[in-house]
Design a protein around this ligand. Sequence first.
Ligand SMILES: *[C@@H]1O[C@H](CO)[C@@H](O)[C@H](O)[C@H]1NC(C)=O
Ligand SMILES: *[C@@H]1O[C@H](CO)[C@@H](O)[C@H](O)[C@H]1NC(C)=O
Ligand SMILES: *[C@@H]1O[C@H](CO)[C@@H](O)[C@H](O)[C@H]1NC(C)=O
Ligand SMILES: *[C@@H]1O[C@H](CO)[C@@H](O)[C@H](O)[C@H]1NC(C)=O
Ligand SMILES: *[C@@H]1O[C@H](CO)[C@@H](O)[C@H](O)[C@H]1NC(C)=O
Length: 309
Amino acid sequence: MHWHKALLTVALASSALAGSATQIWNFTTYVDIENSILRPNGQLLFTTLTGPELYVIDPSAVSPKAEIVTSMAGATALTGLAAIEHDKFAVIGGVRGSYNYTNETIYTVDFSSPSGTIIETAITLPDAIMLNGMVALPSNPHVLLVADSRVGCLWRVDLDTSTVTKAVEDNVMLAPANATVPIGVDGLKVAGGYAYFTNVAKQLFARVPIADDGSAAIGAVEVLDYLDDDIDDFAVDGTYAYAAQHPNLVSKFNLETGDLVSVLVNDDTMAGGPTSVTLKGDGISGYFTTMGNMTTGTSGQIFEFELGS
Ligand SMILES: *[C@@H]1O[C@H](CO)[C@@H](O)[C@H](O)[C@H]1NC(C)=O
Ligand SMILES: *[C@@H]1O[C@H](CO)[C@@H](O)[C@H](O)[C@H]1NC(C)=O
Ligand SMILES: *[C@@H]1O[C@H](CO)[C@@H](O)[C@H](O)[C@H]1NC(C)=O
Ligand SMILES: *[C@@H]1O[C@H](CO)[C@@H](O)[C@H](O)[C@H]1NC(C)=O
Ligand SMILES: *[C@@H]1O[C@H](CO)[C@@H](O)[C@H](O)[C@H]1NC(C)=O
């Protein structure tokens, strides 16, 4: 029977695809893609550690192609991204050194105006060394928490008052003093009253309860999981974290227990480790980015993957 055969084909196709992902884009030279976020129109914005350009790609295009939105004045690398209003984003940029940055700055990019994209420099953080993951507070998206991988803290940045304070500083956010890759707190998201974060050098996933206004921790840092390999950035849906885990995985963790639920992607066509995950919000699929490999000259990629059941 025809429909029966169709069902069988679907079942075979999905089992054959388990663990793999579909590449939708890569550059042709070495580019280290760092972070990504979805626009309301379904386009994916992304940053790279190898240049000051903010990129956008339309995954629904027949042949998706990354395009430059803007190049951030005074920066050589961009990292975290957060949505601060409808179709308006905060973007971190700085001048990249050897595991440290100068002139760490938060820019805003507003796509909502009919007269064109508006780029502004919001604030520079003089005491920041390596700004990485960034979230907007659910209670007030004009207030950002920003992970600093070298200071080992979360900065609280209020875009309305242009003020910066240290909200949380903890040893769990620092890299070990002898780390060869001295990157501590990296990925950062807020869900259910907690700030969730990863520490790259310590290979852990942790959380800390945070005041509604993001001003301080209101409890102790709790390590949820020590990992076999480090997680860079991750996405959350309220129940789970979907994590870009080295060397080539997208892993799903329970936010309450920190337990690994499943490995959604285990794909050796990644030319370098995965760096960020963005959910489409349809409960079905998402995107992840990769860092490429400077030695081999392979480039950062963007993949689409399925969340599974
Ligand atoms: C720092 O960034 C600002 C933009 O926010 C830029 O105008 C300035 O030239 C930068 N300074 C350095 C030293 O790169
Ligand atoms: C940044 O790195 C350079 C070279 O590795 C070093 O001289 C400098 O002290 C570092 N600055 C900070 C703030 O860590
Ligand atoms: C750093 O120090 C710890 C504790 O002494 C040790 O277990 C670890 O192997 C060291 N790591 C490196 C990269 O030297
Ligand atoms: C990059 O590729 C080289 C050569 O294949 C390999 O030795 C190295 O481990 C790779 N680097 C990373 C970060 O994967
Ligand atoms: C881009 O992807 C294509 C197809 O997967 C691959 O053949 C090529 O080597 C990649 N290029 C770079 C620079 O990573």
